[in-house]
Design a protein around this ligand. Structure first.
Ligand code: ADP
Ligand code: MG
Length: 400
């Protein structure tokens, strides 16, 4: 486990401290209020703990893509109401991120009070990771807490730069995420299985290349499986398929072989002539029996049973990407079935299961297992970069 400091490394009483806390408040909005406050709920424990221990808490967050300029519709003041409701605390909105207005506001805040600074991306120095900006922000705090894993793949002033000017700590959400990811791929209990699905191999090449050297079982599903099957000479009809990637697939298969990683491809599939809900042409067949005018839209039931048996022999599972076109029934069947197997094994205590990715999170929710797997990462891009084995600058800065 990489070493980083957490809130446990701080004194119990934080009266007199000013904590600059990077959070993810990039909430999906409709008609001026958030449609989903999961991100606020994620950082709530860190904020309330720091405030409860007596620190003045200054929240730093980006909101949308203002491109280095002020924009009235992208001010973090838009989310103040939602954040207050979730925290159950009043917060002071501060329309700057550094300078006299911030200094004055910090003077007004009492121990345990919470302030929210404006959209960090209004200042070009944020995305440029300008040390002058980081230093100017740091001047208002006595410690830096990063609780935004989802922004940790960016080296920005408030996700990375601040750690060079203040003692830096992982917040509770960051800590939980790093522990879960470490348990999944850092120092996992073996054997490890990875499920990689989704639409296209081309978007996940780096993930596949990293995983073949890390896991004992690589389960390929979704449109990606079509590309793998086609590369091995299977006729996939009019399935979504990247035929030009055949040499790449061959290289990944060779690498898997050399590293002792078994690659699992479906041997039965669910096909249809048209992509629609419950199409009349739907049928299940062996991968070698797909007709020219059919497309593969899900992994078949026999293959799912075999994959469930693979999971039963594993101690750790990391999952990104649905096994089929899960948004359209019944092409969610394989994803739902395998997710339920993973959840059951996790509840039994035989499997540590970590999943992430926008559509994967939605698919697990659809299967009703979000709370039954060990950890679900909502970090999107940061989760994928971590699956690629990349060093995330926001995390590296905490470890320094
Ligand atoms: P994530 O967001 O979890 O990283 P992706 O975005 O890579 O996942 O992939 C999800 C998408 O892949 C979904 O929209 C799903 O419909 C699509 N998909 C999965 N299997 C197939 C398939 N056989 N044919 C076409 N699309 C598929
Ligand atoms: Mg997606």
């Amino acid at each position: 486990m990489p070493k980083f400091k957490t809130l446990d490394d701080l004194p119990a009483d934080l009266t007199g401290e000013v904590a600059l806390v990077r959070v993810d408040l990039n909430l999906p909005m409709k008609d001026g209020s958030a449609t989903d406050v999961t991100r606020v709920e994620a950082v709530k424990p860190t904020i309330l703990e720091l405030a409860g221990r007596g620190a003045k808490v200054l929240l730093l967050a980006h909101f949308g893509r203002p491109g280095g300029q002020r924009s009235s519709t992208l001010s973090t003041s838009m989310v103040v109401g939602d954040v207050e409701r979730v925290l159950g605390e009043e917060i002071m909105f501060i329309p700057e991120i550094a300078g006299p207005v911030v200094a004055q506001s910090v003077g007004i805040l009492g121990p345990g009070d919470i302030g929210l600074l404006d959209n960090t991306r209004f200042w070009p120095g944020e995305e440029a990771n300008d040390p002058n900006l980081a230093q100017a922000i740091a001047a208002h705090g006595t410690l830096y807490v990063n609780d935004a894993f989802s922004a940790a793949h960016r080296a920005h002033a408030t996700t990375e730069g601040l750690a060079h000017f203040l003692p830096a700590y992982a917040g509770r959400a960051m800590e939980a995420e790093l522990k879960a990811l470490d348990a999944a791929l850092g120092s996992p209990q073996t054997p490890v299985a990875a499920v990689v699905g989704g639409a296209k191999v081309s978007t996940k090449l780096a993930v596949l290349e990293h995983l073949v050297g890390k896991v004992q079982h690589l389960i390929i599903g979704g449109g990606m499986a079509n590309t793998f099957l086609a590369a091995r000479g299977v006729n996939v009809g009019k399935s979504l398929c990247e035929h030009d990637l055949a040499p790449t697939v061959a290289r990944i298969m060779d690498e898997a072989d050399a590293k002792g990683c078994t690659v699992h491809l479906p041997y039965d599939v669910v096909v249809a002539k048209e992509f629609a809900a419950n199409p009349p042409s739907l049928r299940v067949c062996n991968v070698h029996e797909v007709a020219e005018d059919e497309m593969i839209l899900d992994v078949g039931p026999t293959a799912v049973e075999a994959l469930a048996d693979v999971l039963k022999t594993c101690r750790t599972l990391v999952w990104n990407g649905p096994l089929g076109a899960f948004e359209t029934p019944p092409f969610d069947a394989a994803t739902v079935a395998l997710a339920r197997t993973a959840a059951a094994l996790t509840l039994e205590g035989s499997l540590i299961s970590v999943a992430g990715g926008g559509d994967t999170v939605a698919a697990l929710a659809q299967a009703g297992v979000t709370d039954d797997v060990t950890y679900v990462s909502t970090a999107g891009g940061a989760f994928l970069e971590w699956m690629e084995g990349r060093v995330l600058p926001g995390v590296a800065a905490l470890e320094a």
